[in-house]
Structure formats: structure tokens, C-alpha cells
Design a protein around this ligand. Structure first.
Ligand SMILES: [Zn+2]
Length: 527
């Protein structure tokens, strides 16, 4: 166990906690450091050690496992009586600067093992025998193993063969780090000859813990995939010190590029969303998701947002799953709404989510602000115009989130532009309707009143929005039927926003699908 990197301790025993699915291991160490700071006087004491007092053993958890320290008692000679001094443990941060140690609860202990057997158990790889463990010059750990499995299936006829034919070339596989050190497993896979096939072909033994073309063990790939959740490939590549291409290779090998219908039991609510892959560009792709059993599932990333493309995809949904669709959540874009209507017919409710509606009227308000700011820049003195700095953010915030300065900016702005104040208040009124817990018919009624108020206001900034509201009144009001869709869309929108920010430059829809899949499902799958 020469790989432990804690100064001032001596390893005494290593054991695996069998009560916990072998996922924790305990290394018992004793302090090899001399002296201690008295817990009362704070003075350093070296003399008069009373030997191992072993007060309550304490266990700390680090990345690599648990480190219990039996304490030594030191009586303080600083005028204080010998207190029942549980040894003050050295600051964990001093012991292991790169691993955070947290006080950890006691666990039931089980079998003790020799360090070698312990190491083999830790590897958690079936059918191997550890032959050699070494630390090479740069500090990496190399574990040489040999397969203990017998025979293999002939690659030609598929029959099992046991006729040994030496070993294949040596392969080095990156595995999970041991105590923070990069760790590799070295193996020469055995080869077997098939005597039943013509020409007696030779087959190299395959193992379940690595794939033949991969330079990593599956356990390590799982680890990298977990690291990739909500992260960028570049980040993971730096943290793991493996190449960008290696991370991409793992994602490509392990994450499919389309939904596996067999894995999905029901769809419930479908979500259709669009994102542009390059900042400022209009080259949209469509993201199709489903809220099934409270979980968001990615179904597809489509190459554009044409009705034809969306419709073609929706048609590929197996009949069994199509029947489970209860609603389609979409933005107001005609291509989506019409594609969904044509595929699912009248039985399925199309829901335009409040967040998509809000985006439209807020954009109109912002348009009016820009126009008014241009006017005010010409009309106001430089000093007076300067007071309006920050108006854009203040207008976008919810009223209860405004700071005092922002409220003042808005008051000043509205003083100069009553039109903007009117538009601002109308937007807030509409938001209130969506906030209120009301029925669909009541919502329709209140939205109608709101539309009248906008018309009477004489404002023209909402003209296009009013037309949309007219055209999609039914779909917008559907939001009030099952309000729970909003959480799904909001949560998904936020996720997509983050993915978008992270993934600018991913112009490949397959890649985008894999990343969204990892963000949505990575934790349950690989944690
Ligand atoms: Zn054969």
C-alpha cells in the first residue's frame, strides 16, 4: 500500500466494507507524527507522551476511502491539568491537501485482508489475477493483471474453444485513479485456436470489463461519462488529463444518437423546442423531448425546424407510444403546432407554454423601450439621459426583485415616457393572469378583457402579439388545463439554455443529442 499519500501516518491494516456493496474501504493508520497542540492551551507538546490512548476512533472520508485515526494522548505541561485529551487530530486539510476529508460516521467492519488481496478487491474486475503493481516515474500506477477466465468463443463459428494459442499483444487500459494517481491496467489477453473451423482460426479472449477498441476500462468510461454530465468535453478532458478526442470517443462508444423506443414505456407530454446552434444565426434545430413518468427524456434532435421534418419524425413514434401522448407542448411556431396537429389529430391537446407567450410580449415591450430610449437620447440632457442607465434590466425584472435604484430608474423613465409605463403595466397584468390558478374558461375571459384594454390604450407595440394571441387562443388557454406542464418546459428550457451556452459550436445533431441525453439521464445511469 505504498500509494497512500498522507504524511505522518503509518498504514496498519486495510479492509473492505462488505456491508456496503464493497463501495467503501477503510485503511487503519496510526500517527507517525510527534507532538500535538494542547486542546486547552494551544501550546505544542512533545514530552510526556502517554502512549496510544485510542480515544474514540475517528473516521474521515476522502475520495479514496476512509482514514480512521487512532489518537495518541499527550498531557499538556502548560499548567493545565492533564485533561481527558482526545488527541486533536491534525487539520485534515494539512494531511491531504487535494482530498477533502469530512467527518464520517462509524461503519460496521468486516473481513481484514492483506494489502495485495485488498488491492485486488478494490480493482473490482472479474476473472483476473493481479501480478504486479508498480508506480512508474511520473507517479502513475500500473497494475499488471492476467485473465483467469478459461477459453473463448471462436470468432468464426461462435463455438467455445479451450485450445490455448499464446497471448495477444499487451494492452494498457486507463482505469479509475487510485489515491489520486492515474492508474492503468496492463493485460495480455490470452488467445485460443478453434480446431473445428477450417484453417484453425485464432481468437483473442474478450472480457466484459473493457471493449476491444477502447483504451479504457468500462469502469473508467462510466466515470468519464459521469464527469461529462452538465460539463463540457474540454473541461472533462482537462480534469481527467485525457485528450479531447478520447472523451468524445467514450461518448460516441457509449451514448446512442437516437432514442431507443424499446426503453420508453410512455410519452405523456411531448415537448417541441428550437434552438439555434450558432450565436446570432438562424439555423435552428428542433429538440423533441417527452415528460414520461415525471422524467424528461430526449427523443430527437432534428436537423431543422421545418414542419415536414418534425412531422416525419413524429410519425416514426411507434403506435404503442403514440397512444400514450396526452399533450404536445410547443412554442407558437406554426411548423410545430401544425405538424403536431396533423400527426396526433384533435385528441391530443396542443399546449403553448406561458414562457413562450411571455417571451413574445416581453420582446414587444423591449422594442418599445429601444424606440423610446432613442427618442429620449435626442430630447434629454446628457445628465438626465444618464439616469436611465440600467433601464433595460430593470424592465425585465419582476417587480418584487427590483432594487431601490432600479425602482428609481423606472420611475424616472416612466416620467419621461408614459407610453412605456402603460405598456409595462399591461405586460404585468398579463403575467398575473398566467400566475393565477384559474380555469381555462376564466383565463380565456380575462385574456379577452386584456386584449380590449390593449386596443383601447392606443399602443401599437403589441399589434403582432395580439394577432398571435387571436390565432392561438385555444392552444395558449390549454396551458391552464394542466399547469404542471410549465415546470417541465421551464426546467427543460433552462437545461437547453445551459446546453446551448456550453455547446455553441456543436453543429452536429447527433452530438447534441448525446449531450442532452447525458445531462438528462447521466446521473441515474452513471452515478
Ligand atoms: Zn470456429
Amino acid at each position: 500500500m505504498s500509494t497512500i499519500q498522507i504524511p505522518g501516518v503509518k498504514t496498519e491494516q486495510a479492509e473492505i466494507d462488505n456491508n456496503n456493496n464493497n463501495d467503501s474501504h477503510t485503511i487503519t493508520v496510526s500517527s507517525a507524527a510527534e507532538g500535538i497542540h494542547c486542546c486547552k492551551s494551544g501550546r505544542r507538546i512533545f514530552i510526556g507522551t502517554c502512549g496510544i490512548r485510542n480515544p474514540d476512533q475517528q473516521i474521515f472520508e476522502g475520495d479514496a476511502g476512509c482514514f480512521p485515526f487512532g489518537g495518541c494522548g499527550y498531557p499538556c505541561h502548560g499548567g493545565q491539568p492533564f485533561p481527558s485529551v482526545p488527541m486533536m487530530l491534525p487539520n485534515p486539510a494539512d494531511l491531504l491537501p487535494t482530498v477533502s476529508l469530512n467527518p464520517f460516521i462509524h461503519r460496521e467492519k468486516t473481513s481484514s485482508q492483506s494489502p495485495d488481496a485488498f488491492f485486488e478487491t478494490l480493482l473490482n474486475i472479474p476473472n483476473i489475477r493481479t501480478e504486479r503493481t508498480e508506480i512508474i516515474e511520473d507517479g502513475d500506477v500500473i497494475i499488471t493483471v492476467r485473465s483467469t477466465a478459461e477459453g473463448t468463443c471462436c470468432h468464426r463459428c461462435g463455438r467455445k474453444t479451450y485450445k490455448s494459442y499464446g497471448y495477444g499483444r499487451e494492452i494498457l487500459l486507463r482505469h479509475l485513479s487510485v489515491f489520486g494517481r492515474k492508474t492503468y491496467i496492463r493485460i495480455c489477453p490470452p488467445r485460443y485456436q478453434c480446431t473445428l473451423c477450417e484453417g484453425c482460426p485464432v481468437t483473442t479472449q474478450k472480457s466484459v470489463w473493457y471493449e476491444q477498441r477502447s483504451p479504457h476500462t468500462k469502469a473508467y468510461e462510466d466515470h468519464v461519462l459521469l464527469q461529462s454530465v452538465n460539463s463540457t468535453v474540454a473541461d472533462v478532458s482537462i480534469k481527467e488529463d485525457i485528450g479531447y478526442e478520447a472523451v468524445m470517443g467514450i461518448i460516441d462508444r457509449r451514448i446512442a444518437v437516437r432514442a431507443d423506443w424499446k426503453e420508453i414505456r410512455k410519452l405523456d407530454i411531448l415537448g417541441l423546442d428550437e434552438i439555434s446552434l450558432k450565436k446570432g444565426h438562424k439555423d435552428y434545430v428542433t429538440i423533441v423531448t417527452a415528460l414520461a413518468g415525471g422524467e424528461t427524456v430526449i427523443l430527437a434532435v432534428l436537423k431543422d425546424r421545418c414542419k415536414k421534418t418534425v412531422k416525419k419524425f413524429l410519425k416514426t413514434i411507434p403506435k404503442r407510444l403514440k397512444k400514450t401522448v396526452r399533450g404536445v407542448c410547443s412554442d407558437m411556431y406554426d411548423g410545430f403546432v401544425n405538424a403536431a396537429k396533423e400527426v396526433f389529430g384533435k385528441k391530443v391537446r396542443i399546449i403553448i407554454d406561458r414562457f413562450h407567450v411571455a417571451r413574445l410580449y416581453r420582446k414587444d415591450l423591449d422594442g418599445l423601450r429601444k424606440k423610446e430610449m432613442r427618442r429620449l437620447k435626442k430630447e434629454l440632457s446628457e445628465e438626465e439621459y444618464g439616469k436611465l442607465k440600467g433601464a433595460m434590466w430593470a424592465l425585465r425584472k419582476k417587480e418584487e426583485e427590483l432594487s431601490r435604484e432600479e425602482t428609481q430608474i423606472l420611475e424616472c423613465l416612466f416620467g419621461h415616457s408614459p407610453e412605456l409605463e402603460l405598456a409595462y403595466n399591461l405586460c404585468r397584468e398579463l403575467t398575473d393572469i398566467f400566475e393565477d390558478d384559474i380555469s381555462k374558461s376564466e383565463a380565456k375571459h380575462r385574456i379577452r378583457i386584456w386584449k380590449t384594454r390593449v386596443r383601447l390604450s392606443g399602443l401599437n407595440c403589441f399589434d403582432i402579439f395580439l394577432k398571435t394571441l387571436e390565432k392561438r387562443s385555444e392552444e395558449i388557454a390549454n396551458y391552464f388545463v394542466r399547469r404542471q406542464t410549465s415546470g417541465f418546459v421551464e426546467g427543460l428550457n433552462n437545461k437547453i439554455k445551459v446546453i446551448k451556452r456550453r455547446c455553441y459550436g456543436i453543429i452536429n445533431t447527433d452530438r447534441l443529442f448525446q449531450r442532452i441525453f447525458l445531462d438528462l439521464r447521466g446521473y441515474p445511469l452513471f452515478a
